[in-house]
Ligand binder design. Structure first.
Ligand SMILES: NC(=O)c1ccc[n+]([C@@H]2O[C@H](COP(=O)([O-])OP(=O)(O)OC[C@H]3O[C@@H](n4cnc5c(N)ncnc54)[C@H](OP(=O)(O)O)[C@@H]3O)[C@@H](O)[C@H]2O)c1
Length: 402
């Protein structure tokens, strides 16, 4: 008998989004099945996932000692090396590819998945931010749907269902404001890694959590929305909403505003991306988080303070400039965040590095994929040079061009 469950490939299965994707698959065993799993170096968790979900392909791109032996125990169909990510992205049985690797590494496999006609459930922001000008036309050519996983873009996607694009006046992306929302400007330079990682409403991977502390994440989200919804930058704005109940809004020409609300949980947007255009009943699953309005004491909204948070402005400027500017920005941010997490630079150095590297890079107006990847790699190295750091093995191996 034919298996009617949706076959899914998960890139970045051991990460925050990857693990929550597997929670959704676990909650709906008669709706979804896993055909491929891919991760970098968390072999123990990858092995556990492989045993539970019995995929046909397991990919581990890391080169830590012992990886091969552990992988061989997993499955005969286990692969190593960065290029194997594309095998997972184009697995012949996969209908949906969840693109949930962190950083720059998601771009090539996502493009390959699009060319192979897969539906993309997109979490990785860097893909559209750096290469939206290549990815979106490719998706249109291939007739492929890119369904967002990011909660803000999922909210916009949901609000836009059944609406006409020319009747949209504005996309309004909400921001929690992150852990430093109320931090005075003179204390921003002394913020510790622990303070910056203590996000008040979301539990995420370290890179995106630091991007949330600097609000760089909002800048990247505006750029992502620009490509995903084909919307000019003038028609996308950001408002701080600390409770993270309203995940974003769409304002229409008649002044009506549609909002999507739910308790903050990534399970919901992940589930919607996997089941789209259907909605699945969460009652009875362990994922249910029903919003009870009387328990929501209040909903606050405030403007972004760009004097304390310059990153989103830098991001949108790079987006408006286009060409290789977003790739320089993303590469610089990748390296600067890694340096901050490693205790080498201050949080406030991140914005300074972004501004300098984007300004000084060798700009190309209509970059190829190779130009984009080369620019982002150069930007990473330039940040390391700026701060007198050697290029660490992990950054080159993990985020560099394969
Ligand atoms: N977390 C959220 O709530 C959230 C929300 C919206 C958007 N996003 C976006 O979703 C993406 C993933 O975020 P995350 O928070 O899930 O990150 P994360 O927890 O750091 O996980 C990253 C995942 O990517 C894998 N990975 C990294 N480099 C790789 C490589 N070279 N080859 C194969 N796999 C690689 C990691 O493998 P190992 O664990 O084995 O190293 C891990 O599975 C990011 O682009 C982020 O901006 C996240």
């Amino acid at each position: 008998m034919r298996d009617s469950r949706r076959p899914i490939s998960v890139l970045g299965s051991t990460g925050s989004i990857g693990r929550q994707t597997l929670d959704v698959v676990r909650a709906y065993p008669d709706r979804f099945r896993i055909v491929a799993l891919a991760a970098y170096g968390n072999v123990a968790l990858l092995a556990e996932q492989a045993r539970e979900f019995a995929p046909e392909l397991v990919v581990c791109t890391g080169d830590a000692a012992g990886v091969s032996e552990q992988l061989q125990e997993l499955l005969p169909e286990a692969r190593r090396g960065e290029e194997s990510l594309t095998l997972a992205a184009t697995h012949p049985e996969a209908e949906i590819v969840v693109a949930a690797t962190s950083g720059l590494v998601g771009v090539l496999p996502t493009l390959a998945a699009i060319r192979a006609g897969k539906t993309i459930a997109l979490a990785n922001k860097e893909t559209l931010v750096m290469a939206g000008h290549l990815v979106m036309p490719e998706a249109r050519r291939a007739g492929v749907t890119i369904v967002p996983i990011d909660s803000e873009h999922s909210a916009l996607w949901q609000c836009l269902q059944g609406e006409q694009r020319e009747q949209v006046r504005r996309l309004i992306i909400t921001a929690s404001g992150g852990p430093l929302r109320q931090m005075p400007v003179d204390q921003m330079a002394t913020v510790t890694v622990e303070q910056a990682l203590a996000h008040p409403t979301w539990r995420m991977g370290p890179k995106v959590t630091i991007d949330s502390a600097t609000l760089m994440n909002k800048g990247l989200e505006v750029m992502e929305a620009h490509w995903l919804f084909d919307m000019p930058y003038e028609q996308i704005s950001v408002v701080v909403h600390p409770q993270s109940i309203i995940h974003s809004m769409v304002e229409f020409v008649d002044d009506s505003i549609k909002m999507q609300a739910s308790l903050p949980s990534m399970h919901l947007p992940i589930q919607y991306a996997l089941s789209y255009p259907e909605r699945l009943d969460r009652a009875g699953t362990r994922l249910a988080h029903e919003l009870r309005w009387p328990e929501v004491a209040r909903l606050d909204f405030e403007d972004v303070d760009f004097s304390r948070f310059p990153c989103p402005k830098l991001a949108v400027e790079a987006g408006r400039r286009g060409g290789t500017a977003p790739a320089a920005l993303v590469g610089a941010d990748e390296a600067a965040v890694a340096l901050f997490l490693g205790g080498h630079i201050k949080l406030t150095d991140i914005a300074e590095a972004l501004a300098r590297v984007v300004e000084s890079h060798d700009f190309t107006a209509e970059p190829s994929l190779e130009d984009v990847l080369e620019t982002s790699r150069w930007a990473q190295e330039e940040v390391l040079r700026l701060f007198g750091q050697p290029v660490p093995e992990r950054i080159t191996k993990r985020y560099g061009e394969s």
